[in-house]
Design a binder for this molecule. Structure first.
Ligand code: NAI
Length: 704
């Protein structure tokens, strides 16, 4: 059966996979790390060997083979190129998308090359690495396709600059395979012989991992995150127990070439190695030609935001009325002026404004300052704040109102004229400042908590009204040492709580690069996380026509209160939609729909096969499949396909063309799609004898 040339260019994936620190450590042990490489093996300050990435997405590689219809008996890993865009985190979810980019013919009996390219993203949203893999399909040549471009590769004409000796143990493949590549070729003697080897061979990618460790040791010691590229060709098999030597030539400041040889025989097992390293070229986030307004920027957090925005090119309005901590007394221009001076001292552009945010006129005047001085406004950070803490009983209307006027009404007063300009220009970034006191509560701060939670409501709706105009509205809940917190937080924490820790997140939220809107982030002391209003899955009660009784509510209170499987709604309609549709959802006891019901035993599979037979696909096919299913539910069945017809019978056929051996449970899993056929085969769960290629017809012949 020929390679499927139509597979070229077709999207594969996305395929996701979770991993955690134990997977990272297991991989490290699999590629020979140990006590002397504790950074790779101990969860404290754990570092990830970058070649872990290809092991982590190993399952994805089977899609290339399946899509290209490669004869599995002849498949070998030819070349591997990994290009790293970001360091690999120690845990998370990897999502991979790719395609077969080329299929090259090497000629009849010489095989073919299938090139797969993929990109992998981490759940943190960053693209981590690109993989380019060459699969050598030994038995699929002579398809008449284009030939692979010729590549030349030269090593310097001198002794290697570094040589690292390693001794993978006899049992190394047994450990390495636990990281994902469970192909029987590396563990099963019978299988290895069938594939033409004298015994099981090392995984090429395991030797690749050893080589990666050696390269890091010599060229970026202790800094695996500096690996930018690792490329090579797998030239010869290596048997477990054979020692290896990794030879490295540094050719440029950030580049080396390398090869790995079998120290015992002198054979080159990995050649054409390229290793690139260095810092990740960071794209600087800039605010050139943008205008930012920061309220309350005369000190504390606001000052740091203003400085950072100005350093990155923004023209900044530094607003601060220069009042006391509780907002009483008159203002002073000096606070805002000092910050403007600081900005101008490093060549930045800034102007001071001394209006109070707490009146509509004040808000309008602040934005007018931006328009008059710099012609526009792109960014607004509502940061000004005061405190008037009192226990609730002592909370007089004056203290209640003054705090709400600055925080909540103040944000309204400044945002309204700014929003008008942003809407007209079709761009805007607004940051509200909430507080853990509002999100979670804090004794003595009812006024402040109410104001701070009110800002979340303001953001929730403003994000919807701004969506069409690329206006993103987000909220930060900072923790930082300032005059507002000096008597609330323990002094020993003050040093750790520099406002500079909050600023990177806030300034990012102000950037064009920020796509998020309507999010709340806690930030402080180097710790950042998202907070959200989570709504539980809930339950319906009664028939939706007659209201339930009070007692019914009490009976269901646990389910009503549970946040399990909770959701974060983006807007009111989503929640109301769920409420309206709640009675239309299938009751939990209804079970899966008929179509989702799965086949439960091998006998049921063979009963269903005549009906599932696809006569059109069987034109010209002449084959006899023999199934040996082990286990309690197993048995022998054979299937004769000839002249577009199919005959299934129990028992053993005298002249099978292709024999499949598998356990009853694996067989049922495979038919139900739980165990991909390719994975069953490569892991040795499915053994195929006779004409292996014919086995690949089964999926097309039967639509079970
Ligand atoms: P800060 O007191 O150093 O800064 C607040 C600034 O706002 C002051 O410079 C003040 O003069 C100015 N301001 C007060 N009323 C104003 C008005 N009506 N118009 C114009 N400016 C006015 O305090 P910090 O800590 O830097 O606070 C910044 C923001 O962060 C506030 O909204 C605060 O509630 C919030 N926050 C701070 C936390 C922290 O740990 N520092 C915790 C949670 C929230």
């Amino acid at each position: 059966m020929a390679l499927n040339l139509d597979a070229v260019g077709k999207k594969i994936g996305p395929v996701s996979k979770d991993y955690n620190w134990k997977d990272v450590v297991l991989y490290a042990l699999g590629v020979g790390a140990g006590g002397s490489d504790l950074d790779y093996c101990y969860e404290k300050n754990l570092k990830v060997i970058p070649s872990f990435s290809i092991a982590a997405i190993f399952e994805f590689l089977s899609h290339y083979a399946a899509n290209a219809n490669i004869n599995l008996a002849g498949i070998l890993h030819g070349e591997q190129d990994l290009i790293f865009h970001q360091p690999i985190p120690v845990e998370g979810t990897l999502t991979t998308e790719g395609k077969i980019s080329h299929i090259y013919d090497k000629g009849d009996k010489k095989g073919a090359l299938v090139i797969g390219e993929s990109d992998t993203w981490h759940s943190n949203g960053k693209k981590l690495f690109t993989s380019i893999i060459t699969l050598f399909s030994r038995f699929d040549g002579g398809i008449g396709g284009e030939t692979a471009p010729k590549e030349t590769f030269e090593y310097p004409d001198r002794k290697p600059d570094f040589e690292i000796a390693e001794s993978p143990s006899l049992d190394q493949p047994l450990l390495y395979r636990l990281s994902g590549d469970v192909f029987a070729l590396h563990v099963d003697s019978e299988f290895a012989k069938m594939a033409g080897f004298e015994k099981p061979i090392m995984h090429g990618l395991c030797t690749y991992g050893y080589s990666c460790r050696a390269l890091i040791k010599c060229l970026t010691p202790g800094e695996p995150e500096k690996v930018r590229r690792l490329k090579c060709r797998f030239s010869r098999p290596l048997y477990p127990g054979d020692p290896i030597t990794i030879q490295i030539w540094k050719t440029e400041d950030n580049k080396a070439v390398w090869k790995t040889i079998n120290t015992r025989t002198g054979e080159e097992v990995i050649t054409n190695g390229i290793f690139e390293f260095g810092d990740i070229p960071q794209k600087e986030i800039r605010f050139d030609d943008q205008v930012a307004v920061v309220t309350g920027a005369g000190g504390g957090l606001g000052r740091i935001y203003a400085l950072e925005l100005a350093k990155r090119g923004a023209k900044v309005v530094v607003n601060d009325l220069g009042g006391s901590r509780d907002g009483s007394g008159g203002g002073s221009a000096s606070a805002a002026d000092k910050v403007v001076e600081e900005i101008k001292a490093f060549g930045g552009k800034a102007i001071a404004n001394y209006d109070s945010v707490s009146t509509p006129d004040g808000g309008a005047a602040i934005i007018k300052t931006a328009l008059d001085a710099f012609g526009s406004i792109d960014i607004l950070i509502n940061n000004a704040g005061i405190l008037r803490d009192k226990s609730f009983i002592k909370m007089e209307p004056e203290n209640w109102k003054t705090v709400l006027d600055v925080h909540l009404t103040g944000a309204y007063n400044v945002t309204k004229p700014a929003f008008q300009v942003m809407r007209e220009k079709g761009f805007g970034r607004i940051v509200m400042t909430t507080s853990a006191a509002g999100l979670y509560g804090n004794f003595g701060q009812t006024n402040y908590s109410a104001a701070k939670m009110g800002l979340i409501g303001l953001m929730n709706t403003l994000k919807l009204e701004g969506k069409k105009y690329d206006i993103k509205v987000n909220t930060v809940a900072p923790i930082a040492a300032s005059r507002l917190t000096e008597d609330i937080l323990p002094p020993e924490l003050f040093d750790k709580m520099k406002p500079e820790f909050v600023s990177p997140l806030v300034v990012y939220l102000c950037s064009k690069e920020c796509d998020a809107t309507g999010n709340i982030y806690n930030a402080g002391m180097g710790f950042y996380n998202r907070a959200a209003v989570v709504t539980g899955a809930g339950t319906t009660m009664g028939d939706g026509v007659n209201p339930p009784s009070l007692e019914d509510i009490v009976d269901h209170l646990d389910t009503i209160s549970s946040l399990k499987n909770g959701k974060v709604y983006f807007e009111l309609n989503e929640q109301v939609g769920d409420a309206i549709n709640a009675f239309n959802a299938p009751p939990p006891s209804a079970g899966p729909p008929e179509t989702a019901r799965k086949i439960s035993s091998p006998a049921a599979v063979f009963d269903a096969m005549p009906k599932a037979f696809n006569a059109d696909a069987a034109k010209g096919v002449d084959v006899i499949f023999q199934y040996h299913i082990s286990g309690d539910g197993g048995g022998d069945w054979n299937c004769v396909i000839k002249d577009g017809s199919c005959n299934i019978s129990a028992g053993i056929h005298g002249k099978p063309i292709c024999t499949l051996k598998i356990s009853d449970t694996d067989f049922v899993d495979m038919i139900n799609g739980v165990l991909p056929a390719m994975q069953a085969y490569t892991s040795g769960k499915l053994k195929i004898e006779g004409d292996i290629m014919k086995s690949q017809l089964i999926e097309k012949l039967f639509k079970l």
